[in-house]
Design a protein around this ligand. Structure first.
Ligand SMILES: [Cu+2]
Length: 228
C-alpha cells in the first residue's frame, strides 16, 4: 500500500509541467520567468481546470520583467521544466499590447487574442505520441506570422491535457504568457479576436476525451488559426 502511494505520488509529480523559458532563435533563456510572466503553478506545476477563470489569460502570479525581441516569420519556442507528459493539443495565441500600455502589467482582458498555432491530433486518434505530436516534448514551437504587424505582444502557450477529461471540467490547461517585441512585421489584420475567459466552454468537444470508444475525429477548442 505504501509503495503504491509512493508510486502514485511520483507519477503525479512527474506528470505536471510549466512553460517557463523562451527559446529565441534556438537559444533557451538561462533562467525561468525571464521573458515569461511567472505563473501561479511555478511550484505545483498544476493546470487550470476552470475555463471561466481569469487564470485562463496568463495564469500569472506576478507582473512581467523582460521582453524578448523576435522577428516576424521566425520560430519561437516555449521550454517546459519537464516533458509534456499529458496528451492533448498545444496551442498558441497572441495579443497586441496597446500603444502606451506597459507590457509588464498590461492585463489581456476582452477580445484581444488571436490563435497563431495549434499542434493538434493526427489520426488515427489515441492517447499516444503518435496521435499528439507535442506529447513528451520539452520544447514546443510556433512560427510568429510574417504578416503580424510590428509591436509588442503577449504570446500565450497552452497545453490542454485530456487524460482526465472524461467529463466537462476535467481538462487541464498548462499555460503561460511570454512578452515579445515583434520586429520586421507585416500589414495583416489578425483575427478572429477572442477573450479568455470566454473563448472556451466546459462542454467544448475539444475539452472532452473518451478512452472508450476513442473518438474518430478531434477538433481543438477556440477559433481557427489566423492565416496571416
Ligand atoms: Cu499533470
Amino acid at each position: 500500500m505504501q509503495l503504491l502511494t509512493l508510486l502514485a505520488l511520483a507519477s503525479a509529480v512527474q506528470a505536471h509541467y510549466r512553460f517557463s523559458k523562451l527559446v529565441i532563435n534556438g537559444v533557451q533563456e538561462a533562467s525561468e520567468w525571464t521573458s515569461i510572466r511567472m505563473t501561479k503553478n511555478y511550484q505545483s506545476n498544476g493546470g487550470v481546470t476552470s475555463v471561466s477563470s481569469a487564470d485562463m489569460r496568463c495564469y500569472q502570479a506576478s507582473p512581467g520583467k523582460a521582453t524578448a525581441t523576435v522577428a516576424a516569420g521566425s520560430v519561437l519556442g516555449f521550454a517546459a521544466n519537464a516533458a509534456v507528459t499529458h496528451f492533448g493539443p498545444v496551442q498558441f495565441y497572441m495579443a497586441r499590447v496597446p500603444d502606451g500600455a506597459d507590457i509588464n502589467t498590461w492585463e489581456p482582458a476582452g477580445d484581444v487574442w488571436f490563435k497563431v498555432g495549434s499542434i493538434s491530433a493526427v489520426p488515427p486518434l489515441g492517447s499516444t505520441e503518435a496521435t499528439w505530436p507535442a506529447y513528451n516534448k520539452k520544447i514546443v514551437e510556433v512560427t510568429i506570422p510574417a504578416a503580424v504587424p510590428s509591436g509588442k505582444y503577449l504570446v500565450r502557450v497552452e497545453s490542454i491535457a485530456l487524460h482526465q477529461a472524461q467529463a466537462a471540467g476535467g481538462a487541464q490547461m498548462y499555460l503561460s504568457c511570454a512578452q515579445v517585441e515583434v520586429t520586421g512585421g507585416g500589414n495583416g489584420t489578425p483575427g478572429p479576436l477572442v477573450a479568455f475567459p470566454g473563448a472556451y466552454s466546459p462542454n467544448d468537444p475539444g475539452l472532452i476525451w473518451s478512452y472508450y470508444p476513442v473518438p474518430t475525429t478531434y477538433t481543438a477548442p477556440g477559433p481557427a488559426v489566423w492565416q496571416g
